[in-house]
Design a protein around this ligand. Structure first.
Ligand SMILES: *Cc1c(COP(=O)(O)O)cnc(C)c1O
Length: 439
């Protein structure tokens, strides 16, 4: 009989930290990662045969739930025809046409294999296309994640208008010196930064609904000011919708906020669980890419036929009428149930009012945030002020009850169409007991 502990021991010998992406390691919550063997619908099973209700959904892509029959069939059919050609296919054109149709601001698009690659390419494209192609600076926001390209692995330094400091070893400060890191939802600071550096700013990159510092919504004002400032100063606006795209609604955050970015970055849901991502935008901007323009970008496996087939099958399902109403309802029911359970637990422990259990939640489409704080966070500082120790205890109290939440207080949660009332009710019932456990 296999077990997680032994597999983790073995994994650590051949793989740094035993995992191929750091958040899988359970390091921020402690404990042993679960080694998953199979998945179906809202559930996955680890190597010990334990079943979990899955609220990470491969960190966003699995919006239909696991092993959706239409998706699995599409992958099989594509694989039989050939796995990769390194030459164009009709399915890639179909995918491009569909993305352009569904994402309001996009006129052309290029397919790549990961969100990191898409965001990195979008920034290079913006620098090549903005102004005379010689602008150096980019603006990003603390708490937003855009993959692990050098110039985007940056945290705020000290001081108001801050030049970024590398947030990873191996990234020289020379590389990040042109990345300005600002506060999310601070429109005034953004205006000041444009006033100071406007003619050297190539682009602003933002998660219009942030999902990498838990879930934090942008205020409409913040995004409006961003659009206006970019246009006024000739900078390009990049919406990184790798997470929010096809997750919060069919047209992504840009359709919810009615903002028209110059470039959009997509990933996660568009691949339905296979390695597929994209960046696209206005035709005049996209024409700067090689082979027609001078901004270089390429990829051996870009537009891989099996990944594209998986993505197309996924995008077909989510276009069914009522899909986003349903998934929003399911997700809201979950978050409302969790907050009510937290309140009941506080009441029975006699901790109501200001000294009560600080817990809140928010959701948009099939994405949610739960916070060990009295109010839903609006910026990065609010997120890091949440009670992380209580989150850790809650995470483990849920895990032992078969509920798999993101093993970090800084990640959003994901619901799929396969999460039926039975799964949601079981989760809320488990939370009731978990809250009682953690006191
Ligand atoms: C996940 C994510 C990325 C990185 O995508 P990968 O496929 O993991 O490289 C970039 N931006 C956002 C907003 C993301 O959520």
């Amino acid at each position: 009989m296999k077990n997680n502990e032994q597999l983790f021991e073995r994994a650590q010998r051949s793989i740094p930290g035993g995992v191929n992406s750091p958040v899988r390691a359970f390091r921020s919550v402690g404990g042993t990662p679960r080694f998953i063997e199979r998945a179906e619908g809202a559930y996955f099973w680890d190597c010990e045969g334990t079943r979990y209700i899955d609220y990470i959904g491969s960190w966003g892509p699995m919006i239909l739930g696991h092993s959706h029959p239409a998706v699995t069939q599409a992958i099989r059919d594509a694989a039989v025809r050939g796995i990769s050609f390194g030459a164009p296919t009709e399915a890639e054109v179909e995918m491009a046409e569909l993305l352009i149709k569904l994402v309001p601001s996009m006129e052309q698009v290029r397919l790549v294999s990961s969100g990191t690659e898409a965001a990195m390419s979008a920034v290079r494209l913006a620098r090549g296309a903005a102004g005379n192609g010689e602008r150096r600076k980019i603006i990003k926001f603390e708490g937003c994640y855009h993959g692990h390209a050098d110039s985007l692995l940056v945290k705020a330094g000290s001081g108001l208008l801050t030049f970024g400091n590398p947030s990873s070893a191996g990234v020289p400060a020379d590389v990040t010196q042109h990345t300005l890191v600002l506060d999310y939802n601070d429109a005034e600071q953004l205006e000041q930064t444009f006033a100071a550096y406007g003619d050297d700013i190539a682009c602003v990159i933002v998660e219009p609904i942030a999902g990498n510092m838990n879930l934090v919504r942008a205020t409409p004002e913040f995004l409006d000011v961003m659009r206006t400032q970019c246009s006024r100063h000739g900078a390009l606006l990049i919406f990184d919708e790798v997470m929010s795209g096809f997750r919060v609604g069919l047209g992504g955050a840009q359709s919810l906020y009615a903002i028209d970015p110059d470039i959009t970055v997509l990933g996660k849901v568009i691949g339905g669980g296979m390695p597929l991502a994209a960046f696209g935008g206005k035709r005049a901007v996209m024409q700067h890419l090689t082979p027609i323009g001078r901004v270089y970008q390429a990829g051996t496996l870009s537009g891989n036929p099996v990944a594209v087939a998986c993505g197309l099958a996924t995008l077909t399902e989510i276009q069914r009428p009522g899909f986003y109403e349903s998934i929003s309802d399911i997700t809201k029911k979950l978050v409302d149930g969790l907050t009510a359970a937290a309140r009941r637990s506080a009441r029975s422990a006699g901790k109501e009012g200001d000294h009560g259990l600080a817990f809140s939640g928010d959701s948009l489409g099939g994405m949610f945030g739960i916070y060990f704080a009295a109010d839903v966070p609006r910026r990065y500082a609010d997120v890091i002020a949440c009670d992380i120790e209580r989150f850790k205890r809650f995470f483990h109290a849920m895990l032992v009850r078969g509920i798999y939440l993101a093993p970090s207080a800084y990640e959003a949660g994901f619901v799929s169409m396969a999460h039926d009332s039975a799964a949601i009710d079981a989760t809320i019932a488990a939370a009731e007991l978990a809250f009682a456990d953690i006191g």
